[in-house]
Design a binder for this molecule. Structure first.
Ligand SMILES: Cc1cc2nc3c(=O)[nH]c(=O)nc-3n(C[C@H](O)[C@H](O)[C@H](O)COP(=O)(O)OP(=O)(O)OC[C@H]3O[C@@H](n4cnc5c(N)ncnc54)[C@H](O)[C@@H]3O)c2cc1C
Length: 471
């Protein structure tokens, strides 16, 4: 294989040799780039043997992350109009603006139509997440493999690219002792998280080696580990819809959503979403990073204090412990139920009610009428800012994606082409954007890959047409 991929100018006397598009990384973005590149070429009337598309993948099998995505179910994308998808899925405005063009060019609907044409029907969950109807990631992966095959893309597996150089006529790509020449290159090597899947930030290093700027990588969509693990009785407890706060020195951030207490710290949607901020604060090393829970994110301390006072006036003989256990968790309406709700996840879990009492210094047998002003103040403070733990680690190897990567300023969002080197394209998670949990990362990878493939093919084939016309 090594010397087969020579550009047409390198093949002395054979100026009609087909141009070569080399895609590094056969994940979601790389494989869709191959598919869209071939479709573009065919739409221009270029026969397959007049345009070579080669994918180089370091793993034995392409698409590892698609296989493990969504716990093996593959949350392919998110339902709804593109504008809403972008708003929900990309919290940083500059990242949202960057992926916007690509997601409009290849939308969630386009993706589902494409998959359906390969026999993969989809199903939309209540929260907007979209999965294959079979709930099997393998079905999505098999469909994409078939697309790549039908695109007559050459797949080289078990080969790790470790060098990239810009040459007079194109690109020199190295993989150990093997050397390739290509007319155009797409870097689609993914991010730097979950390294066991083959993603160790190689593409970022390759881009930097040819002069592109990068932003340091950080874990995102990750669990958070604490210096002191949660008490055993709290492990496994989930808190629905609460506020999750991070504070470090004068800096803070928050999210609202479901949280799970784990053996080493926390996990669950609110944690995954906040983890990027937490990792950033932790990496800065400026001050300890503390995580807190807000059981009443929709209400300020004044409203909560008035609610407790009012309840104490009406139900003075009720134990404070019972009041807490019947308190609606993260509800928009402040009202304690007369009975423990039939849905236990809708009220403060018993173990947390006990924890709130302990931290507020309130005895187990105290009744509501016995609450002093200090008790009430302490209760409100703890209910709004219950300390969960001091951060020890946000593990990159357990993060679903990485923040950071090739700087967005380096890339034209309409084509995914490097502003510095024409015909070098970057797509997918190798770029410095992060989507939320919910199918947004795969959609962004598919969309940016699709756009990169179209433009890489167009620019190569237009140029090769022009050259052929001159000859
Ligand atoms: C456990 C887990 C679950 C996830 N679940 C979901 C989900 O349900 N929905 C969702 O939207 N997102 C999910 N994600 C995120 C999503 O999988 C990624 O954002 C997406 O796959 C990125 O696509 P990509 O093509 O940019 O990179 P990848 O899919 O990571 O593909 C990059 C490819 O490049 C290869 N490569 C890397 N370096 C080299 C090299 N030097 N030479 C050759 N090849 C190389 C890698 O082996 C890999 O195959 C999940 C991630 C993880 C880790």
């Amino acid at each position: 294989m090594a010397n087969e991929l020579q550009s047409k100018k390198d093949r002395q006397g054979t100026s009609s040799a087909p141009p070569v598009l080399l895609i590094v990384g056969a994940g979601a973005s790389g494989m869709l780039a191959a598919v869209s590149a071939r479709r573009t070429a065919r739409s221009l009337g270029i026969a397959d043997d007049r345009f070579r598309i080669v994918l180089i993948e370091r793993n034995l099998k392409p698409g590892n992350k698609i296989a493990i995505s969504g716990g093996g179910h593959c949350n392919i994308t998110h339902d709804g109009p593109v504008d809403l998808l972008l708003e929900k899925g990309f919290l940083k405005k500059n990242e949202q603006r960057f992926v916007r063009h690509a997601v409009y060019r290849f939308t969630n609907a386009d993706l589902l139509v494409l998959l359906a044409s390969y026999g993969v029907q989809s199903v939309v969950k209540e929260d907007g997440r979209v999965f294959p109807a079979s709930m099997r990631s393998g079905d999505v992966l098999a469909a994409i493999w078939r697309m790549v095959e039908e695109a007559s893309a050459e797949m080289v597996t078990n080969m790790r690219v470790d060098g990239l150089e810009i040459s007079r006529d194109g690109f020199e790509v190295r993989a150990g002792s093997a050397q390739f020449t290509a007319d155009s290159v797409i870097l689609a090597t993914g991010g730097a998280s979950w390294g066991s899947a083959g993603t160790l930030g190689d593409g970022i290093r390759l881009a930097v080696s040819v002069g592109l700027a990068s932003v340091p990588t950080l874990p995102a969509l990750a669990p958070i580990f604490f210096s002191v693990p949660p008490k055993p009785e709290l492990v496994g407890v989930s808190l629905r819809g609460i506020g999750l706060l991070v504070e470090s020195g004068s800096e803070s951030d928050s999210r609202r959503g479901d949280l799970l207490i784990s053996h080493r710290g926390i996990s669950g949607p609110a944690c995954l979403s906040l983890s990027r901020s937490v990792a950033g604060l932790f990496a800065s090393g400026k001050a300890p990073v503390m995580i807190m829970a807000d059981f009443f994110p929709g209400h300020d301390e004044g409203a909560l204090s008035a609610f407790i006072l009012d309840h104490a006036a009406r139900r003075g003989t009720q134990l404070v412990r019972t009041f807490l256990q019947r308190c609606p968790l993260a509800s928009e309406r402040l009202a304690a139920n007369s009975d423990k709700s039939t849905d236990p996840s809708a009220t403060i879990p018993n173990v947390f009610a006990a924890e709130i009492m302990r931290l507020a210094g309130i005895g187990n047998e105290l009744v509501m009428s016995g609450l002093t002003r200090e008790h009430r103040r302490a209760l409100v403070t703890i209910m709004k800012r219950l300390p969960l733990g001091k951060v020890r680690k946000v593990p990159l190897d357990k993060a679903e994606v990485s923040a950071g990567g090739i700087s967005l300023a380096e890339i034209n969002p309409k084509s995914m082409e490097s502003r510095l080197h024409p015909r070098l394209y970057c797509c997918g998670e190798v770029l410095d954007y992060v989507g939320e949990v919910g199918g947004f990362n795969l959609q962004a990878a598919f969309s940016t890959g699709w756009v990169a493939g179209i433009h890489a093919a167009r620019s190569l084939l237009d140029a090769s047409h022009a050259q052929t016309a001159q000859e």
